[in-house]
Design a protein around this ligand. Structure first.
Ligand code: FES
Ligand code: FES
Length: 211
C-alpha cells in the first residue's frame, strides 16, 4: 500500500507564491536601502566645491623612476595598468590583480605598494619606482644580480615584485636579520616555491645602498 501523503496539496503553491512575494518585497527593500546608502555615501564623499573627475579620460601626471609620465586615462585605472598599458613599463607583472600576491609591488615614496590596487590618479606628485628603473646602463641592480646569482626564480612572474620588496627592505634595514627579511617579504608569494633562494638572495644583497 502506498504511504499516505499528508501534505496539503495547496501548500507548495501557497508557499511558493508567498516566497516569491517575499523575495520581491525584499529586493525592493534592499535596492531602496542600497540607493539610500549610495546617496548618503556620495553626499559624504563629495565635500562642497569638490570637482568630480571622469568617468572619461582625464590628464594624470606621474613621476616614475625619476621621469615625468603624462597620461590621459580614466580615473579608475590602476597604477599597474597605467604603466603597463600606457607607458610601456611592463617590468612589474599583473598576476592576481587583487592585492593578494605582490607581483605588482612598486615603491611609492619609499614604501612598498601593490600597484594593482592603487589608482594612478591617487599617486600623482609621489615618487614611484618600478622594477623597470633599477638597472642602470644595462647593469643590474645588486638585488637583481643577487636573484640571478642565487637562482631565486623559476617562472619569474613573482620576481619583479620580490625584487622591489627586497630593495625596500634593504633601504629600511641595510643589514636585516632573517626575521626582518621574512617580515619585509611576507606580502609576496612565489607559487613556484623559490622562497628559500629568494631569502638567500635578500640576505646576500644586504648592505646595498639606497637607490
Ligand atoms: S598582481 Fe597585484 S598583488 Fe597580485
Ligand atoms: S618564480 Fe614562479 S611564481 Fe615565483
Amino acid at each position: 500500500m502506498a504511504p499516505k501523503d499528508d501534505r496539503d496539496p495547496e501548500t507548495p503553491e501557497r508557499f511558493s507564491v508567498s516566497r516569491r512575494a517575499f523575495l520581491k518585497t525584499a529586493g525592493v527593500g534592499s535596492l531602496a536601502s542600497a540607493v539610500t546608502a549610495v546617496g548618503v555615501a556620495e553626499a559624504d564623499a563629495q565635500p562642497a566645491g569638490a570637482r568630480a573627475l571622469g568617468p572619461g579620460d582625464v590628464p594624470v601626471t606621474l613621476m616614475v623612476n625619476g621621469k615625468r609620465v603624462d597620461l590621459k586615462i580614466e580615473p579608475r585605472v590602476t597604477l599597474l595598468d597605467a604603466l603597463r598599458m600606457r607607458a610601456n613599463l611592463v617590468g612589474n607583472k599583473r598576476v592576481c590583480d587583487r592585492g593578494a600576491c605582490g607581483a605588482c609591488t612598486m615603491i611609492i615614496d619609499g614604501r612598498t605598494a601593490y600597484a594593482c590596487s592603487t589608482l594612478a590618479i591617487d599617486v600623482q606628485g609621489k615618487q614611484i619606482r618600478s622594477v623597470d628603473g633599477l638597472a642602470v646602463n644595462g647593469r643590474l641592480h645588486p638585488v637583481q644580480q643577487a636573484f640571478c646569482d642565487h637562482d631565486g626564480l623559476m617562472c619569474g612572474f613573482c620576481t619583479p615584485g620580490f625584487v622591489m620588496a627586497t630593495v625596500a627592505l634593504l633601504e629600511q634595514h641595510p643589514n636585516p636579520t632573517p626575521e626582518q627579511a621574512r617580515k619585509g617579504l611576507d606580502g609576496n608569494i612565489c607559487r613556484c616555491g623559490t622562497f628559500v633562494r629568494i631569502m638567500e638572495a635578500a640576505m646576500t644583497a644586504k648592505g646595498v645602498a639606497r637607490g
